[in-house]
Write a protein that binds this ligand. Structure first.
Ligand code: GLY
Length: 567
């Protein structure tokens, strides 16, 4: 919140920061012994927090909790304590998954975003106090630490408290995202008052957020879900037509769920179950591609034919997504049928390698989405071979852009991930149906896909990304680049990515930096019936690959991430 003029001391710190961050960037190019661990984080400070905790003797879980809290301060556009997410863990040779996704407040109703004509009221599920689900991050981090933590709770909170109170240097990408929200969102609260200091090179401090983090360090989850913080959240909600009450906060529960596990190419995929659609999506994509091995043979990566085959597979995944997926505590999601190898073999057989399918004929197989792109992910391994893959979010950049007065907490706009009106696309253009309708205490469907690959009971890859509906199609392409196409992790992550989500019809999403696609590439796909939609970027992959006990960490070229192998 606070912004002051820089002093010589601040400039010295900035130079030190730039020097150190270069050291960190260089680290992803070096193969170092697997002596402590590795991190790929979406910003420099997140990587620093992970490093600090690993060096203090913390494990991957401690380090992940510290990074999540640190990013709530230094990556305020998506890192959070006012949002929620998922973490996939591999601890002492066993897989775990925790769901700390936001829940709809108790007073939420199926048609809360519809007007008297049953039309969706613009922006109500995006930029209002009504847009927020009950935050889950603090409860999730507490549960992870209670189960696996080695260091004291206060130690894992320490880096975040320091970054909030002593400040961090703002990178240009963060300032641009702040400007983007100011330009695009109908902001009428105190967002500017809190975040106008987000100017490139500024030392940015958040003393109120620092106080909340100290309360959490001292009182555990009660420092957020009860007492002063809860009262401040609930009273601002009550004054602004919001729904979250003190009892919603006190009742919030994170959930340990069975992770989804599938075999692929001699490895195990350990990934996110519902309420994420991402794990099912990723498994469907990888298995269908494998079933189409003959069709992919000899096809140049990212050639028109390759992109067509990807698009055809992706369409089928999105058809299933819209029909069957929602919060498994409220609807029966046919998970095992959706990832059944025979089902996916038959699904893959429907793909014609030469011809684009008629969209209307791509029906859910046992029978669309618009989540925000702006989530964030980090991946960590420790020296014991444990791993944490964490994706969490406020939904849009800076969530609802509602800041809780007296706390500096930005609240999510995750309610937009529900189907406000079944059949109508959300902000990602994806359509949901009744399985994802709003109900009190229900979790909205997500695409977040924090994933770990293991082989012979050892971690071989930890991967994830933001990107809304592009999350699992991005991870799919990077994983296929590494394991099918023989690329190094870095080349695999940096390569262009394509996305198709069934609707809008026949549209291939390309990234901004691909606007120089060759005319020949474009015209071949156009002849088949495709059109192109240029999006900003497709994800911000943070990945670690372990080869012969040597971890390599890579942060996507698309973001401001930093990766380190830590000796
Ligand atoms: N809000 C983005 C997601 O949950 O996938």
């Amino acid at each position: 919140m606070s912004y002051r003029k820089q002093t010589i001391f601040d400039y010295c710190n900035l130079i030190l920061f730039l020097f150190l961050s270069q050291q960190v960037i260089a680290a992803d190019k070096i193969n170092q012994p697997f002596e402590v661990g590795a991190v790929a984080a979406p910003d420099y400070y997140g990587a620093l927090a992970a490093q600090e905790i690993l060096k203090k003797g913390g494990n991957a879980a401690d380090s992940a909790v510290a990074t999540a809290f640190a990013l709530a301060v230094t990556y305020p556009e998506a890192g959070n304590i006012g949002g929620g997410g998922f973490m996939t863990l591999w601890m002492e040779g066993k897989p775990y998954f925790i769901d700390y996704r936001e829940t709809a407040p108790a007073a939420a109703t199926k048609d809360m975003y519809l007007d008297e004509n049953q039309d969706v009221i613009e922006n109500l599920s995006l930029y209002s106090h009504k847009a927020s689900g009950v935050p889950g991050t603090v409860a999730g981090m507490w549960a992870i630490h209670q189960r696996f933590g080695q260091l004291p709770w206060s130690a894992v909170l320490a880096p975040a408290i320091r970054f909030a109170n002593e400040g961090f240097y703002v990178e240009q990408q963060l300032e641009l995202r702040y400007q983007e929200v100011l330009k695009d969102a109908p902001i009428n609260g105190n967002f500017k008052q809190y975040f106008s200091g987000l100017q490139t090179g500024n030392l940015f401090k958040q003393p109120e957020l620092g106080q909340v983090l100290i309360r959490i360090a001292e009182q555990g989850p009660n420092g957020f879900y009860k007492g002063e913080t809860a009262k401040l959240i609930a009273s601002q909600m009550a004054e602004n037509d919001g729904l979250i009450t003190e009892s919603d906060l006190a009742n919030y529960q994170s959930n340990w769920r069975e992770p989804l596990i599938a075999n692929w190419k001699g490895m195990q995929i350990v990934t996110a179950p519902p309420p994420s659609s991402g794990g099912i999506g990723l498994i469907q994509l990888l298995l269908m591609k494998q079933n189409l091995e003959n069709e992919f043979k000899g096809v140049v990566v990212n050639s028109p034919k390759y992109v067509h085959l990807l698009a055809e597979i992706e369409k089928r995944v999105f058809a299933d997504r819209s029909e069957y997926m929602g919060d498994p505590d409220f609807v029966a999601v046919p998970v095992s049928q959706l990832i059944d190898p025979t089902y996916l073999l038959n699904r893959a057989k429907q793909v014609d390698p030469q011809t684009i399918s008629v969209t209307e004929n791509v029906q859910p197989g046992l029978s669309n989405s618009r989540e925000k792109l702006q989530t964030t992910h980090f991946s960590i391994v420790d020296k014991w071979g444990n791993a944490a893959s964490n994706t969490y979010t406020l939904n849009g950049w800076f969530g609802s852009a509602v800041v809780v007065k007296g706390t500096g907490i930005i609240l999510n706009n995750e309610m937009d991930d529900f189907s406000s009106k079944p059949g109508i696309a959300n902000q990602f253009g994806v359509v949901g149906k009744d399985a994802n309708a709003i109900a009190p205490n229900k979790r909205p469907l997500s695409s977040m896909t924090p994933t770990i690959f293991t082989k012979d009971n050892q971690v071989v890859m930890v991967i994830g990304t933001p990107g809304g509906s592009r999350i699992f199609t991005s991870i799919f392409q990077v994983v296929a680049n590494v394991y099918d196409n023989g690329m190094s992790l870095k080349d695999a992550v940096y390569a262009p990515r394509y996305h198709h989500q069934l609707l809008p019809k026949n549209l291939i999403f390309i990234e901004r930096f691909q606007n120089k696609l060759s005319e020949q590439f474009k015209s071949q796909l156009e002849k088949m019936g495709y059109d192109f939609y240029q999006q900003d970027f497709s994800g911000d992959i943070q990945a670690i690959q372990v080869i012969d006990n040597v971890p390599q960490a890579v942060s996507d070229i698309r973001g401001r991430g930093k990766s380190m192998v830590i000796q």
